[in-house]
Design a protein around this ligand. Structure first.
Ligand code: IPM
Ligand code: MN
Length: 338
């Protein structure tokens, strides 16, 4: 019997609409061709569309829909809804690992041809915990870490490294100054590392790591960073592989996951059908991988790489004038041939 997946699809705001439409072209092709599974799509709203329909940017209808889905593909959240929507699913569903692969692809403006590492960003704590106060001239955002959350994300990093060829985890920090948080977390990191003798463990200050990523990305495999540092570091990585057009992510918890391109809403390009949908297509690939459909996921990656390498269908950021949907159709066409 064919497996059936319920896939939540949330375009969100801005170019989220363009790129999710493009990813959907590919997912429909997968549905047409896959022998052992099929997907039912549950379209949901966040942001402006949700405010118009339900009066809230992250409404109960969407929360229930995510709850009912096996996995979710999400486009983008823009101002003023960013916090409600992104924190809504990251914190609301305890999606504690923000997994952001950084891989050079052919036919792009990657600064190095062989970057292939993953930034794992802790997704629920640190400066993003939303705790703070203003008292006269004191403006305070607390940077809170719990031992429990740090232990689970570090186990996640080592488990992920174990599935990869290089098997290395780099713990980033500012331990010499952040003595209440980063230094004890660095100690926990090496304690957990002892449970994984086959995996290389190293630590590096976050500033040094940012520089090394720009100069020698090939030396990294899994790079762990706490929430705010991981946000910055993953954009540094995106720059190394030619920009946000190829930056994608999975917000992953123990049983739920939301996959999203990292580029945001780019309002100036919204609904123009011109942006590069590669990141959304890669997010869809990552989603199928997470669902266990590794064969199909691999084929999507191959089809995208082939289209980029061939360079006939290029969106404006790659020096061409193909539309978002042209590009998605080219990837779907190639997918059918593999
Ligand atoms: C990201 C974004 C968000 C973040 C913003 C929009 C709140 O930059 O997903 O990387 O900082 O997490
Ligand atoms: Mn960011």
């Amino acid at each position: 019997m064919k497996k059936k997946f319920k896939i939540g699809v949330i375009p969100g705001d801005g170019i989220g609409r363009d790129v999710i439409k493009a990813a959907q072209i590919l997912l429909d092709t997968v549905n047409d061709t896959a022998d052992d599974f099929s997907m039912d799509f549950l379209k949901m709203d966040t942001g402006d569309a949700a405010v118009a329909k339900y009066g809230h940017p992250f409404p109960k209808e969407t929360i229930d829909g995510i709850e009912a889905s096996d996995a979710v593909l999400f486009g983008a959240a823009g101002n003023p809804h960013t916090q409600d929507v992104l924190m809504g699913f990251r914190l609301g569903f305890d999606l504690y690992a923000n997994v952001r692969p950084i891989k050079s692809l052919p036919g792009t403006k990657a600064l190095h041809p062989n970057a292939d590492f993953i930034v794992v960003r802790e997704n629920t704590e640190g400066l993003y915990c939303g705790v703070g106060y203003i008292d006269r001239d004191h403006h305070v955002n607390l940077r809170i870490f719990t031992t429990k959350a740090m232990e689970r994300i570090l186990h996640f990093c080592f488990e992920l490294a174990g599935k990869r060829e290089r098997k290395k985890v780099t713990f980033t920090h500012k331990a010499h100054v952040l003595t209440y948080t980063d230094e004890p977390m660095r100690v926990i990191f090496y304690e957990i590392a002892r449970e994984y003798p086959d995996i290389e463990a190293e630590d590096m200050t976050i500033d040094a790591c940012a520089m090394q990523i720009v100069m020698h990305p090939e030396r990294f495999d899994i790079v762990f960073a706490e929430n705010a540092n991981g946000d910055i570091l993953s954009d540094v990585g995106a720059g190394v592989i030619g920009g946000m057009g190829f930056a994608y992510s999975g917000n992953i918890g123990d049983s739920k996951a939301v996959f999203e391109p990292v580029h945001g809403t780019a309002p100036k390009y919204a609904d123009k059908n011109v942006v590069n949908p590669s990141a959304a297509i890669l997010a869809a690939r990552m989603m199928l991988d997470w669902l266990g459909e590794t064969g199909i996921a691999g084929k999507i990656g191959e089809a995208l790489t082939d289209v980029l390498e061939e360079g006939k269908v290029r969106t404006y950021d790659l020096g061409g004038n193909a539309s978002t949907t042209d590009f998605a159709e080219a990837v779907s066409g190639r997918f059918r041939q593999i």
